[in-house]
Design a protein around this ligand. Structure first.
Ligand code: S3P
Length: 458
């Protein structure tokens, strides 16, 4: 497998330890963060199933998304990179994909692996999928169990772990399923399977999760209906539509913007502008929470890009107050808890972050890893059931070395902590940052952050 992007950037290699320390000057500047990871995966997959040529602008070129590009190519779609961030996909059409010649390696990406299971399940395809040590630990049963009902046969390692093999259904049945966990990945896998099933696929989600798949399906001309249902939604897709290629502009990823946002809030005197951030209401839980905590975040220049709301964020340093964050908000900020926990540790007063059970099955056990990140840096923090309680207002924070467990968001959260803590914060491995946020360290340095290699690596 070619691990180079077409414009020559190498995938990062694990191993570099970094240290962030308190900036002498405030953070200042105008930046844009890389394209949204969820939308980028979906753009490549849906375009690969469409008829005609889709131009994707602003695609995230992090390793996770490049794994999806390589996989879609192996399945028969033409995926081409014209220039940095500008990609073209010539789709094979629904039902038009073929078996890959080799194992599909999804690297660190749960989204790539789970969504791809949906595509494979309803195509007459045999495929084997694996991933890195982090992904091989993550549960796949949440997708393979419901997908088996369409007629696909999965064989996975004990506990439903990768590697797995799938023999897709030649004539897939539509699925009807109530999601037991609030998961956009599971919902999207079932919708992708439903694209090549005769009849209506129906998914009940008890709590709303990010709806990029539904938005993009409509963008490509599929008939999707979404009806409010209790606290959640009922999503219905008419199978075997003709997906017609349609250009996509990928907004900046709010989950990546989270890191410079919190850094600017915490470093005294800072003021930054982040342009073109996706503001889908099912993704903005962190911004809402920070504003409740007293953050000075102003949204300007609201507009639409590629069917998604977008705006520019003006973020100024603020004195934050601890918060009690309700469990219902978790799906709209599920990837942002490690960086929110950093903000809470440096805020005045206690915080309680509720309903974090899903963090246990992310790139790492993020509940345990976030707890350890805060504790090793002197914060007082407990986990009670699925809640995290952070004392806040610590006298002295920092000085610790954070083990990142192959988790990009842990690595970035720890570095942001170091920018505002009393003593520097080190991380064991910066290599995984590029899975979602290539260029993170340079971008933060451009704002004035002090992030440096550890002496042993320098
Ligand atoms: C994603 C959904 C979330 C999120 C992940 C991306 C998606 O996972 O954590 O980073 O693109 O659908 P779950 O669906 O497992 O909550």
């Amino acid at each position: 497998m070619n691990l180079e992007t077409p414009h020559g950037r190498q995938f990062p290699r694990p191993g570099a330890s970094l240290r962030a320390r308190r900036a002498i000057a405030p953070l200042r500047g105008r930046i844009a963060v890389p394209g949204d990871k969820s939308i980028s995966h979906r753009a490549l997959m849906f375009a690969g199933l469409a008829i005609g040529e889709t131009r994707i602008t602003g695609l995230l070129e992090g390793e996770d998304v490049l794994r999806t590009a390589v996989a879609m190519r192996a399945l028969g779609a033409h995926v081409l990179c014209d220039a940095p961030g500008i990609w073209r996909v010539i789709g094979a059409g629904i039902g038009g994909l073929h078996s890959p010649e080799d194992v599909l390696d999804m690297g660190n990406s749960g989204t790539a692996a789970r969504l791809l299971c949906g595509i494979l399940a309803s195509h007459d395809i045999f495929a084997v999928m694996t991933g890195d040590a982090s992904l091989r630990r993550r549960p796949m049963r949440r997708v393979i169990d419901p997908l088996a009902a369409c007629g696909a046969v999965f064989a996975a390692r004990a506990g439903g772990r990768l590697p797995l093999a799938v023999t897709g259904a030649a004539d897939a049945l539509p699925l009807s399923y109530r999601l037991p966990v609030a998961s956009a990945q599971v919902k999207s896998a079932l919708l992708l399977a439903g694209l090549n099933a005769r009849g209506i696929t129906e998914i009940e989600e008890p709590e709303p999760t990010r709806d990029h798949s539904e938005n993009m399906l409509r963008h490509f001309g599929a008939a999707v209906s979404v009806i409010p249902h209790g606290h959640g939604k009922l999503v219905r897709l008419h199978g075997q539509p003709e997906l017609m290629a349609a250009d996509i502009v990928v907004p900046g990823d709010p989950s990546s913007a989270a890191f410079p946002i919190v850094a600017a809030l915490l470093v005294p005197g800072s003021r930054i502008v982040i342009e073109g951030v996706g503001l889908n209401p099912l993704r903005t839980g962190l911004v809402a929470t920070l504003i409740e905590m007293g953050a000075d975040i102003v949204i300007t220049n609201r507009r639409e890009a590629g069917g998604e709301p977008v705006g520019d964020l003006v973020v100024s340093a603020s004195s934050l107050q601890g918060s009690d964050v309700p469990a219902e908000r978790a799906p709209s900020m599920i990837d942002e808890y490690p960086i929110l926990a950093v903000a809470c540790a440096l805020a005045r007063g206690p915080s309680r972050l509720r309903g974090l059970g899903e963090l246990r099955v992310k790139e790492s056990d993020r509940l345990a890893a976030t707890l350890a990140m805060l504790r090793v840096n002197g914060a007082t923090v407990e986990v009670e059931g699925d809640d995290m309680i952070i004392a806040g207002g610590a006298n002295r924070l920092g000085g610790g070395r954070v083990i990142t467990h192959m988790d990009h968001r842990l690595a970035m959260s720890a570095l942001v902590m170091g920018l505002a803590a009393d003593a520097p914060v080190a991380i064991d491995d910066a290599g995984f940052i590029d899975t979602s946020f290539p260029g993170f360290v340079d971008l933060m340095r451009g704002l004035g952050a002090v992030i440096e290699p550890m002496e042993e690596d320098a």
